[in-house]
Ligand binder design. Structure first.
Ligand code: SF4
Length: 218
């Protein structure tokens, strides 16, 4: 499925200029982007990100305090009864798969990394239930590593803006890495996700509000 083109593409066909305008715009509109999933450490963010699949951040944030209170560490979670975890995470949807992923992830963290959440893409991606997107969330938000998180908002909006021409998340990530400065990767992902929820929704994008700011470079 292809998305309708952002009107800024016809107005500003030069890619570099369009990227520059867009970055200025999102930086001005969302100056202090932070991760919407509430967490105090890498373990908590990893659990919350696993739970966020097909679920709103708001619902995840309602669920995790109880999970972290009862299972405050990978060790505690690795020894959990899966049916108890299922009860706790039920409201996030797909709860059986998520409970299994959480416990298996915790077991792998204990067995392979002595209880510490690994801080490299390669090691994170090898954990059960952890894909590249989740690994990049961890790298960018708790391990101070530049990382581009490509979710459905980022795929949709960067295709509309003709920054990328692919629906494949890995290809899109690699294409975006070439046109966005490394230092901006983590914030860029947050800001595009905020834009997707705020003005550039899939159903009714508010180009009337967005476009004048966007082509003006913020
Ligand atoms: S809402 Fe903004 S980014 Fe989205 S299509 Fe309209 S002008 Fe482009």
């Amino acid at each position: 499925m292809k998305f309708s083109e952002c009107p800024s593409v016809a107005i500003c066909p030069n890619l570099s200029k369009r990227v520059e305008n867009f970055l200025a715009f999102i930086e001005k509109r969302y100056p202090s982007p932070t991760c919407a999933l509430i967490h105090k450490n890498p373990y908590e963010l990893l659990c919350a990100t696993i739970l966020s699949a097909q679920c709103t951040d708001k619902q995840v944030n309602k669920t995790t305090p109880n999970l972290f209170k009862q299972y405050p560490s990978p060790k505690a979670l690795s020894e959990a009864d899966i049916t108890h975890i299922e009860q706790i995470v039920r409201s996030t949807g797909f709860y059986r798969n998520k409970a299994k992923a959480l416990v298996n992830m915790a077991k792998a963290v204990i067995e392979r990394h002595g209880g510490a959440i690994p801080d490299t893409l390669a090691d994170l991606e090898k954990l059960p239930g952890v894909g590249r997107k989740t690994a990049n969330v961890l790298l960018g938000n708790v391990f101070n590593t530049h990382a581009l998180v490509v979710d459905t908002h980022v795929i949709r909006i960067t295709n509309k803006l003709a920054f990328v021409d692919t629906l494949d998340p890995l290809k899109a990530e690699l294409e975006l890495m070439k046109i966005i400065d490394k230092e901006r990767w983590t914030n860029f992902s947050h800001q595009v996700i905020f834009l997707g929820r705020d003005l550039c929704s899939a159903r009714s994008p508010r180009c009337d509000i967005c476009l004048p700011e966007l082509i003006g470079g913020g």
